[in-house]
Design a protein around this ligand. Structure first.
Ligand SMILES: Nc1nc2c(c(=O)[nH]1)N[C@H]1C(S)=C(S)[C@@H](COP(=O)(O)OP(=O)(O)OC[C@H]3O[C@@H](n4cnc5c(=O)[nH]c(N)nc54)[C@H](O)[C@@H]3O)O[C@H]1N2
Ligand SMILES: Nc1nc2c(c(=O)[nH]1)N[C@H]1C(S)=C(S)[C@@H](COP(=O)(O)OP(=O)(O)OC[C@H]3O[C@@H](n4cnc5c(=O)[nH]c(N)nc54)[C@H](O)[C@@H]3O)O[C@H]1N2
Ligand code: SF4
Ligand SMILES: [Mo]
Length: 716
């Protein structure tokens, strides 16, 4: 058979790059960027190329395995479903619905069939104990969107193609390719801003890959951004530099915000943040002077103790500058499948609380940081059965030694995952889905947070064998077998579980804003799956346009600048103005992402090894000197939760007083069956993380700025 060319959107990160895949006999010959792709125009990164290696990975499971006294045993799907049904029903009967918990990881967002099926399956279990990776990264954004715009998923996206000044605080899109800003080829976008005389400015405790490309970089001490942001607003007020704008005319409580920022002069915050008074003034000058300026922040300002406050203040600055819902500022998408409108009834929070630590539910989930507490703490509704779907909480969640202890303590655990890794090794049963290039792709989630309104569908480039199942097939079967609820709900759930995700997708496209059945009239040129299949390069739908006040979901159709919940928390921020005393753990730990890595799960692909991808501890030369640490010396890093040994990388690319270690490593452990990953195992930063150190508003784990100390390892 001759080689064929197939097109598929890469699903690994938010960039949605178009791939051109040469296929022969259902095997990948080569992968390159798809030049005609309307979104990415041929851009690709090493991870996209590695999809071939993911497909061929000998450690990838394709059939269910059950744990036996003599090791893992391959079983039939029928037997696997029977075991899952029997064991989970046993737990439910003994302890009630809430005794079964679910954890859904990051790839559930990126796998189309999974994303379409997931919530129906979880709803069928009727348990309050639902956990997800969102509470390790995105909940501050959800909470701020909810409080300010009335909908958790209504996220403002930088109009990056039309900006001339972008202040990036706590994000490293050169490595991550952007988050809540789906756009390919960040390098080109940064260059384009600079070439038209604009600036990209980075605020980060580390001189990152993005900082290296930026026009200016300012080192900041971790978790002090909240002060900088307050000082920026204070400066805008003092300079009377808040122009009237549409956004402002829609916003309530500006005067209260002005009063709130009064204590935070640039002079007061400068010594605490590490950014001088003159530098703050210069940043504010630029924010005012450039006509198309925005402030953008991500994990560095979200997964920290002031995660929600930072997100709120960043959004507020954009409102005050008149840049929200404006071209050349931040805009909202109107995607072909409008998840925001479809999910409006689900945008709820604070309805009930977790059992052990009374954390409130946010969009139906409890914080992952308390998953282990809920498993290990005895009492009514203690979690005894667990379903982990596309997640690796044993590496991604804080206090991971406690997480692993909890996983061992369960009466039954089912993992839906293709690897036997740090988490799934503790399962009783693993159901491995067909993944990667074996699956179709339409990212209705990422189109919602993209920088342009486009639509692209890719059928699966590779077919699967009879023995394999897709995630959505696994989940649909579980949904039917494990449903609990009234008869009407059962009928609905049963019908839903029998509809192919492709049919659901087609229906959503057809009835969406651009669909053949969308709008008031039948549109001949409207969207359908069939039409998208004729355009593997994607279809341009419309540029992002202002949508307020129509698309505001607040009851009064106005933007809330001073949500009460946030204003109350400001009391704690005042304390930051007094410099901290010498602490038991004097250093601050921050994370690090690498282009050739993806959270915890792509370390088994040798093609991605090497380059700048190192699991080391970056430390400033002055700190190294204080601790008498030589470059490349292995040292102990410890916190109130644990201790690790790691090689030091002495560099001026990190601010003094802070160290940086990437997450998702530590692939040792007898049970792990990932040969390449084990050979270069790295160490697990999440052993150091105290799982009670949360952003108190969103309960998102404060990974960044975690107090730690280091000491030499004495040779005996
Ligand atoms: N210290 C620290 N910890 C962090 C972070 C940090 O910055 N610092 N970042 C946090 C963030 S932002 C996130 S999103 C989380 C991620 O946390 P998780 O989602 O829990 O972890 P991942 O490492 O993404 O693991 C994904 C799992 O899904 C499996 N998988 C991949 N594709 C598929 C698929 O199509 N189907 C199925 N069923 N399984 C699949 C992989 O084998 C792997 O086991 O980690 C968080 N943890
Ligand atoms: N290659 C690759 N791409 C990815 C991922 C990956 O693992 N690898 N993960 C994906 C996921 S799940 C997500 S959520 C996104 C995340 O996307 P980003 O948020 O862009 O990713 P990070 O690299 O974590 O960037 C956070 C930055 O904040 C800095 N920082 C830490 N603490 C502070 C602080 O207190 N203040 C300030 N101002 N900065 C601070 C860190 O040094 C870091 O540079 O990336 C996605 N893309
Ligand atoms: S940047 Fe890399 S990982 Fe992200 S979508 Fe593009 S090719 Fe895939
Ligand atoms: Mo994430």
């Amino acid at each position: 058979m001759p080689n064929t060319i197939k097109y598929r959107t890469c699903h690994l990160c938010e960039a949605m790059c178009g791939l051109e895949i040469e296929v022969k006999n259902n095997e990948v010959v080569a992968i390159k960027g798809h030049k005609e792709d309307i979104y990415s125009r041929g851009h690709i990164c090493p991870k996209g190329i590695a999809l071939k290696d993911l497909h061929n990975d000998p450690n990838r499971l394709k059939q269910p395995v059950k744990k036996t006294a003599s090791g893992w045993q391959t079983i039939s799907w029928e037997e696997a479903f029977d075991i899952a049904e029997r064991e989970l029903k046993k737990i439910r009967k003994k302890y009630g619905n809430d005794a079964i918990a679910t954890y859904t990881g990051n790839p559930t967002v990126h796998n189309t069939g999974t994303a379409i099926t997931l919530y129906d399956t979880i709803n069928a279990l009727n348990t309050r104990n639902r956990f997800a990776s969102h509470s390790l990264d995105s909940v501050p954004v959800f909470l701020v969107n909810q409080m300010m715009f009335g909908h958790a998923m209504l996220a403002p996206i930088p109009d990056i193609d039309h900006l001339d000044y972008m202040l990036i605080i706590g994000a490293n899109p050169m490595a991550s390719n952007g988050s809540f800003m789906s756009t390919p080829n960040i390098r080109e976008k940064i260059k384009a801003i600079q070439q038209k005389g604009g600036k990209v400015v980075v605020i980060d405790p580390r001189k990152t890959e993005t900082a290296n490309k930026a026009s200016e970089h300012y080192f900041i001490h971790p978790e002090k951004d909240v002060l900088l942001l307050l000082a920026i607003i204070n400066e805008l007020v003092l300079r009377d530099a808040i122009p009237s704008s549409k956004a402002l005319s829609l916003a309530d409580h500006l005067e209260e915000l002005k009063v709130m920022v009064q204590p935070y002069s640039k002079e007061k915050v400068a010594p605490i943040t590490g950014i001088s008074t003159e530098e703050i003034a210069h940043i504010v000058d630029d924010l005012i002077q450039y006509p198309n300026s925005v402030v953008y922040g991500r994990l560095g300002v979200n997964t920290q103790s002031y995660g929600t406050l930072c997100q709120w203040l960043i959004t507020s600055i954009n409102v005050l500058l008149g840049k929200l819902d404006e071209p050349g500022g931040l805009l909202f998408t109107l995607p072909a499948i409008d998840y925001v409108t479809l999910m409006a009834h689900e945008s709820k929070m604070f309805r009930y609380s977790s059992r052990v630590k009374s954390y409130k539910e946010i969009v139906g989930e409890f914080p992952t940081a308390t998953l282990a507490d809920e498993i290990l703490t005895k009492g009514k509704n203690q979690i005894r059965g667990f379903i982990s779907i596309a997640g690796n909480p044993a590496r991604s969640a804080p206090n991971s030694q406690q997480v692993e202890k909890a996983l061992v303590d369960l009466e039954f655990m089912l993992a839906i995952d293709m690897y036997i890794n740090e988490t799934t090794q503790h399962a009783d049963l693993i159901m491995p889905p067909a993944v990667g290039l074996e699956t179709m792709h339409y990212s209705f989630v990422l189109h919602m947070i993209a920088t342009r309104n486009t639509a692209k569908f890719s059928p699966a480039p590779l077919s699967i064998s009879k023995e394999q199942r897709y995630d959505w097939q696994i989940m649909s079967e579980l949904q039917q077998r494990l449903f609990t609820g009234n008869i009407f709900q059962r009928i609905k759930s049963n019908i839903m579980s029998r509809i192919h995700p492709k049919t659901k997708l087609d229906l959503a496209l057809k009835t969406g804003a651009y669909g053949v059945w969308g709008g008031r009239f039948l549109r001949k040129d409207g969207l359908s799956l069939k039409r998208l299949e004729k355009h593997p390069e994607g279809l341009e739908l419309s540029s992002l346009k202002p949508v307020f006040p129509k698309r505001l979901f607040t009851k009064n159709k106005r933007i809330e600048l001073m949500p009460e919940l946030f204003a109350k928390e400001m009391e704690k921020v005042k304390q930051l103005l007094t410099l901290e005393k010498q602490e038991l753990y004097p250093l601050k730990l921050i994370g690090r992402r690498h282009l050739r890595s993806n959270n915890s799960w792509m370390h088994n692909l040798s093609i991605l090894e090497g380059g700048s991808r190192t699991c080391t501890m970056m430390i400033h030369p002055d700190d190294a000197k204080t601790h008498e640490i030589e470059p490349h010396e292995v040292v102990e890093v410890y916190s109130d939760s644990g201790s690790i040994s790691i090689k030091a990388e002495v560099t001026t690319d990190i601010i003094q007083g802070t160290i940086s270690i990437p997450h998702g490593w530590g692939h040792h452990g007898e049970g792990v069956q990932m040969e390449t990953a084990k050979r270069n195992a790295g160490v697990n930063i999440n052993q150091l993380m105290n799982h009670d150190r949360l952003d108190p508003l969103s309960y998102t784990m404060a990974f960044n700025g975690h107090p730690v100390a280091i000491r030499k390892i004495e040779s005996s």
